[in-house]
Design a protein around this ligand. Structure first.
Ligand code: ZN
Ligand code: ZN
Length: 306
């Protein structure tokens, strides 16, 4: 197969667009799509100070590198959340070296008496993924606010977003659906704007982008994330996509264009400041502070019983 642009040997076939592209023109195609998402959804400008939530996976690596190439003022943030993130941290350091983008590292265990999210989950008897989610959401936003970043970027790609929408529709989680949008505005003084610039690129394209640019990333997902139900929805969407190329894109953007506004009007949430940390919550005290307090109580009891 030949590249559609220059007729060199193609390195990738994009079924949804029915074209082949060489390395150079694929990289150009990918970065144009990232730029299009930023412009179309007014995510941020070159005056913004952008923080990318870095995990060591391919998606955050791709968005970090693409934003640098597109001339944005960008840095990364990696959260150390216990021993299980040690391998990821090593990859993140290689990522910083190979892309030349500064990746800040913040250790969240210091707020939990050095405990990692795996141990915290055992103490509070909750799934690790939900504990990681609470800690990650809190510190990504808080780090951005405290360090003067104006937007927090995540590496969610089109497949992730289509899967999330599909899962929520199957269970009619209308509140989650109403909040799904490629950019979330600042609605509270301590809530930084959030953006997903990979919304127009697929998982496969993201993988090809980091692979062709020799960007280091970790293939393995988090050791705790095995068998998540979202992978089932992803599997069925992939099956549909293999029969009908482009269906994921039509599904997701059809929702954004036709239905999301209808839902939005029925679910407007009011955010107030948490009584302890001041960061936004719909309750009196935020879930993160409640977790911190529970672990602190647990550690106090433990030291008294010794
Ligand atoms: Zn070409
Ligand atoms: Zn709080």
């Amino acid at each position: 197969m030949k590249c559609k642009k220059c007729s060199d040997q193609a390195v990738i076939h994009l079924r949804a667009h029915n074209i082949g592209l060489c390395k150079e023109h694929f990289v150009e195609f990918f970065e144009k799509r990232v730029q299009r998402a930023i412009d179309k959804f007014k995510m941020f400008t070159r005056e913004d100070k952008v923080l990318v939530a870095v995990s060591s996976g391919k998606d955050s690596a791709a968005v970090l590198y693409a934003l640098k190439r597109l001339g944005y003022n960008v840095e990364g943030l990696f959260l150390k959340m216990g021993r299980h993130t040690n391998a990821a941290e090593r990859v993140v350091k290689q990522l910083e070296e190979s892309t030349g983008v500064k990746v800040n590292i913040y250790d969240t265990t210091k707020h939990f008496g050095e405990l990692g999210t795996g141990e915290i989950a055992q103490i509070v008897k909750r799934p690790v993924c939900s504990i990681c989610g609470i800690v990650r959401r809190h510190w990504m936003n808080r780090y951005a606010v405290e360090n003067g970043f104006t937007v927090l970027v995540t590496g969610h790609n089109m497949d992730d977003e289509a899967t999330f929408l599909f899962g929520n529709m199957m269970n009619w989680q209308t509140e989650y659906m109403s909040r799904q949008w490629p950019v979330l505005e600042k609605t509270h003084e301590k809530f930084v704007r959030k953006a997903k610039p990979l919304i127009y690129v697929s998982e496969k394209e993201t993988y090809a982008y980091v692979f062709l640019n020799n960007i280091p990333f970790m293939e393995q997902k988090c050791p705790f994330s095995k068998g998540a139900t979202s992978s089932m929805y992803k599997k069925y969407l992939n099956l549909l996509e293999s029969e009908q190329a482009g269906i994921k894109h039509r599904f997701l953007f059809g929702y954004f264009e036709n239905f999301r506004n209808v839902l939005k009007q029925t679910h407007d949430v009011v955010l107030n400041g948490c009584s302890k940390c001041g960061y936004p919550t719909t309750e009196e005290k935020c879930v993160y502070c409640k977790l911190e307090e529970r672990i602190s109580e647990h550690l106090t009891q433990l030291s008294q019983s010794k």
